[in-house]
Write a protein that binds this ligand. Structure first.
Ligand code: SAM
Length: 243
C-alpha cells in the first residue's frame, strides 16, 4: 500500500541519518568551518542574538550535535538556569559533551539522547527551544514541531536555523554548483566520506522553503511566526511563539 511504502521510506531515512552523523561526528566541527567558510559561526551568533535568553531560563538545544549553541546558552543562563543538549545521535552527543566539558561548561548543562519527534520532557517546561541545522534531518517535521510546542512554556520561543531557498536566482545557481559538486569532494578529501556530504546537499535541496516552513510553524500552533533570511536566503532563521 501507499502507507506501507511511506513507512519503509521513513525507516530508511532514519537509518541513513544515523549512519551519516555517526560517520561525521569526529570531523563535524572542522568540516562545518571549512564548508561554510566559518560563516556558520555568524549564523549561530545571530540566533543567540534573537533568542532573548536571560539568566535563570531553561533552554533546550535540540539536534544540538556538538553543542555550539548549547555552550553559549550555558554561559548566558548562568548557574540558576538550565540547558539541555538533546540529539538523537550518541556519537554527536559525546563529541559535544567532551568539547563543552573542555570549555568548562559544567553544572547547568545536561545531555539527553532523544528523538525530536517524541521529546522525553514535561509539558510547558522550556523558555526557549533552538534547533540549528537539525529539522531537515527529521523524518516527520510536523511531529517534531508538535513535540517542541508541547515542551515550551506559554510565552516560550522556538528558533529554527536551517538551510533555505536563496532569494536570487544567480545565487541559487552558484550555491547549487557548490553544494552538489564542491561539498562531496571536500567530504571525500577531508573526511574520506563522499556519501555523507552528498546526503547533505540532497537534504538541503529537499527542505521546505521559507514560506512553507513558516506555514508549518503556524499549523503546529505557533504564533507571531516570522523568518529572517541570512546570507541571501542560503540560511533562514524562523521564529515562533507558544502562547
Ligand atoms: N545543531 C548543531 C549545529 O548547528 O552545529 C548540529 C547540527 S547537525 C547538521 C544535525 C544534527 O541533528 C545531528 O547531530 C543529528 O544527529 C541530529 N538529528 C537528526 N535527526 C534527529 C532527530 N530526529 N531528533 C534529534 N536530533 C536529530
Amino acid at each position: 500500500t501507499h502507507f506501507g511504502y511511506k513507512q519503509v521510506a521513513a525507516d530508511q531515512k532514519e537509518g541513513l541519518v544515523a549512519d551519516v552523523f555517526h560517520s561525521v561526528a569526529a570531523k563535524y566541527d572542522v568540516m562545518n568551518d571549512l564548508m561554510s567558510l566559518g560563516i556558520h559561526r555568524l549564523w549561530k551568533r545571530y540566533t543567540v542574538d534573537c533568542s532573548g535568553v536571560r539568566s535563570g531560563q531553561k533552554v533546550l538545544d535540540l539536534a544540538g550535535g556538538t553543542g555550539d549553541l548549547a555552550s553559549t546558552f550555558s554561559r548566558l543562563v548562568g548557574s540558576s538556569g538550565q540547558v539541555v543538549l538533546a540529539d538523537i545521535n550518541y556519537s554527536m552527543l559525546s563529541v559535544g559533551r567532551d568539547k563543552l566539558r573542555n570549555q568548562g561548561r559544567v553544572g547547568n548543562i545536561e545531555y539527553v539522547q532523544a528523538n525530536a519527534e517524541a521529546l522525553p520532557f514535561p509539558d510547558n517546561h522550556f523558555d526557549l527551544v533552538t534547533m540549528a541545522f537539525g529539522l531537515r534531518n527529521v523524518t516527520n517535521k510536523d511531529n517534531a514541531l508538535a513535540s517542541i510546542f508541547r515542551v515550551l512554556k506559554p510565552g516560550g520561543r522556538l528558533l529554527v536555523l536551517e538551510f533555505s531557498k536563496p532569494v536570487l536566482p544567480a545565487l541559487s545557481k552558484v550555491y547549487d554548483a557548490y553544494s552538489f559538486h564542491v561539498l562531496p569532494v571536500m567530504g571525500q578529501l577531508v573526511a574520506n566520506d563522499r556519501e555523507s556530504y552528498q546526503y547533505l546537499a540532497e537534504s538541503i535541496r529537499m527542505h521546505p522553503d521559507q514560506e512553507t516552513l513558516k506555514g508549518m510553524f503556524e499549523s503546529a500552533g505557533f504564533e507571531h511566526c516570522r523568518f529572517d533570511n541570512l546570507t541571501g536566503g542560503i540560511v533562514a532563521l524562523h521564529c515562533g511563539y507558544k502562547f
